[in-house]
Write a protein of this length. Structure first.
Length: 87
């Protein structure tokens, strides 16, 4: 792992960092890494597994136009709202 020194923490940021460490019961270093990952839009280790995953990636872009149209036709009923159901 790489090491990084960060200087110039303003008071509010330092307080938030310490509060995060205290709330999560982790070190300041881990709290800083957590907040940096979160700020960078990266998943944090405590978020658990991806909900969507990549198990269907092999099928992306592999349908023919005919197969796509067939699926669209077969699920058209799913877009229909049964008004009686909502009364």
């Amino acid at each position: 792992m790489k090491q990084l020194t960060i200087r110039g923490f303003e008071r509010e940021l330092a307080l938030r960092l310490r509060a995060t460490a205290r709330r999560r019961d982790i070190s300041l270093n881990k709290a800083a890494l957590y907040l940096m990952r979160k700020g960078a839009g990266l998943r944090t280790p405590d978020e658990g597994p991806m909900v969507v995953g990549d198990s269907l990636d092999a099928y992306i872009g592999r349908w023919t136009e005919e197969e796509e149209n067939e699926l669209g036709t077969s699920i058209v009923e799913l877009d229909r709202v049964d008004e009686g159901f909502w009364r």
